[in-house]
Ligand binder design. Sequence first.
Ligand code: PHE
Length: 350
Amino acid sequence: MESLLQQINDHKLAIAAFTANNTDEVEQFRIKWLGTKGLVKAIMGEMRNVPNDQKKEFGQILNEFKLFAEARFQALQDQFAGASTTSTGKSAQDLSLPGDAVSVGSRHPLTLVRNEMVAIFKRLGFSVAEGPEIEDDWHNFGAMNLPEDHPARDMQDTFYIKKPEDGNGPTWLLRTHTSSVQARVMENQKPPIRVICPGRVYRNETISARAHCFFHQVEGLYIDENVSFADLKQTLYFFVQEMFGKDVKVRFRPSYFPFTEPSAEMDISCLICEGKGCNICKHTGWVEILGSGMVHPKVLENFGIDSNKYTGFAFGMGVERITQLKYQVNDLRLYSQNDVRFLKQFTGVV
Ligand code: PHE
């Protein structure tokens, strides 16, 4: 039986050393070792000659040999799985073909526009201030000349946060505008002040194509000696020209905000229909984009700023509205639905 063991060992060495350059050669391996006339079968046939008392021991050795050959065959097959190879040994795969496209993320359109807005104001020397989204009544309303019973509070439907059981402490709410950040800046800085406040704000509105319970603002505040309404106009005019191009026209309409006096809303000529009249401009040729005005002396005094010495202007606008005009997005809900078909349109825009 020594010679049989020797044969098995030799076969094993040959099997282990076998390499294939293509699937044809793998098939040759199968025929040679595992085929019906293959060497594994032939060796198995040798069992006949093994004495009975050694049959058990040899049975195991032969079985193990068969598994060894099968495992090698599997490994050779795996080597070529998925790739077809020609008998000349060359890969049939064209390695010069472009690979699968990797999909990359992109910035959200609101982020793109917010960044652009911030960049424009930075060029005018404004710095960026941020503040909390959960605010107390004073910073959101009181300091902004909206005492508790002020009817103008109804202009902004507020989400109030439940008061603690004992009823003590301030009334908390979700900020309705980033004027609350301006309040915090005036609290902590002395004029001259020149900041913009980008951020998310909340209002209790029914969600539709035209309204949402949260949106984004960029508000601005400039306080110094001799700041005039002309400065306000020129600053905002510069902004829209940078944002929408030199052809855009602006107009100011008198308005009312408790924290500014005088107050004005600013419209720009409709970029979608170029003034001919469309749904966006409600066939007027103009779209409102912001509220603004000269900071009310009472607001300045609330923060110990001498309103005889200093004047200032403030403005606030919605990032969604600017984005709508820039990219013609007609449904506010698209911004928060995470639909990649919408979002991927902004890939590559920086
Ligand atoms: N805070 C106002 C709003 O959210 C916008 C505004 C800011 C108006 C500053 C005038 C001056 O509607």
